[in-house]
Design a protein around this ligand. Structure first.
Ligand SMILES: [Zn+2]
Length: 51
């Protein structure tokens, strides 16, 4: 199990907490799984989690 991490928007003038990924899309790479989150401000945050 991964730790619960509170994700916040990457935009410098926005600190909204991000919830569910924007897309049912998880890109698995050798270094981890990338997920895309889209904030209501329009910024996109991409995370990489090791599994
Ligand atoms: Zn935002």
């Amino acid at each position: 199990m991964l730790e619960e991490i509170e994700l916040v928007c990457d935009a410098p003038d926005c600190d909204r907490v991000l919830g569910e990924p924007a897309f049912r899309l998880a890109l698995t790479t050798p270094v981890g799984t990338r997920r895309v989150y889209e904030c209501t401000c329009g910024a996109v945050t991409i995370t990489v989690s090791r599994e």
